[in-house]
Design a protein around this ligand. Structure first.
Ligand code: UDP
Ligand code: MN
Length: 303
């Protein structure tokens, strides 16, 4: 408890207590996990902000999963990119990404996994398919959004799951990802993603599959990190895919998001029964590209 808290006027204390019930991170100034910083650059993804995990469970988890982050060399990387209808993004991303990977002298492949049109977009299934498809040739993955173009990024093989994105440079200038978010571009070892059973296959449309994935990693007792220096350019979504961005959200939006979030947190699904081990997919088409070079492959899948 900080000094300012003790001496705050009564009214302020009352309000802060109310706030703390909903947003414990305000109180948890000193998150024990934050002491695990590596080189002043790699910081554990906070679980203090997950207000739905009771604080006892949070501190238990913290001590259980605390592990430092190191990097390994000479590992085979597959960058998996979930994709549909983002031609322009792919064209902007590919040269920059390949340049970065070559610069860092990595043994890499790039796998774009495209979803056939028809059903709603399902990012989790695409990533699962990519993870499965590339497994034999891969030691670790980078699960990479097509609209995140690296400016400062370390694609080396991390010993713990690592979010490469911190600063985002977008149309509205600079912004930062919050410290409990786990998406954008995430590096993870093959054995770790398999231990967590990959992503859930049941998140259709936009969002929340990444939070679900973060919880799966926690349940596998993996501490996730992010890179403070990681800087990406955030490409704006094409206009016809921006519907969900309209604020303020309607009550229907809010309700839907809450329902999604609760799937795992309320124990309605068991990660062991939904993920890499239950995914069925079919490769409809596969091919390389003269433009993007021999390390590039694109598959189109359906399920
Ligand atoms: N994505 C895609 N086509 C879509 C929707 C999503 O290719 O119609 C992929 C793409 O890789 C994108 C990622 O899913 O980077 C995340 O989707 P989106 O950009 O809509 O999410 P946000 O930027 O809002 O997190
Ligand atoms: Mn986007």
């Amino acid at each position: 408890m900080s000094v300012s808290y003790l001496f705050a006027p009564k009214e302020l204390r009352r309000r802060r207590r109310w706030l703390n019930r909903w947003w414990p991170s305000v109180r948890l100034r000193l998150d024990p996990l934050q002491q695990l910083r590596v080189d002043g650059r790699y910081v554990p993804v906070s679980i203090a902000n997950w207000k739905l995990i009771p604080s006892v469970a949070r501190s238990l988890l913290s001590t259980r999963i605390a592990r430092p982050l190191t990097f390994a060399e000479d590992r085979r990387l597959t960058v998996v990119i979930p994709y549909r209808d983002r031609e322009q993004h792919l064209r902007q991303l590919m040269p920059v990404l390949q340049e970065k990977l070559r610069e860092q002298r990595l043994d890499y492949r790039i796998l774009v996994v495209e979803q056939e049109s028809g059903s709603k977009f399902n990012r989790g299934r695409l990533l699962n398919a990519g993870i499965h498809y590339a497994a034999d040739l891969t030691d670790y993955y980078c699960l990479h959004d097509v609209d995140a173009v690296p400016i400062v990024a370390n694609y080396a093989c991390p010993s713990q799951p690592l979010r490469l994105v911190n600063k985002l440079i977008g149309l509205q200038g600079k912004s930062r990802h919050n410290d409990h978010y786990f998406s954008g571009a995430v590096s993870i070892r093959k054995d770790q993603v398999q231990a967590a059973n990959g992503f859930s296959n049941e998140y259709w449309g936009w969002g929340k599959e990444d939070d679900d994935f973060f919880f799966r990693l926690l349940l596998t007792e993996l501490l996730c990190y992010y890179d403070l220096e990681g800087t990406y350019q955030d490409l704006p979504n094409p206009p016809h895919q921006q519907v969900h961005r309209r604020y303020p959200w309607t009550p229907a939006h809010v309700r839907r998001n809450r329902q999604r979030r609760s799937l795992l947190l309320r124990g309605l699904v068991d990660p062991a029964d939904d993920g890499l081990n239950t995914l069925r997919y079919e490769v409809v088409e596969r091919g390389g590209s003269a433009e993007y070079g021999p390390a590039y492959e694109k598959i189109r899948i359906r399920w």
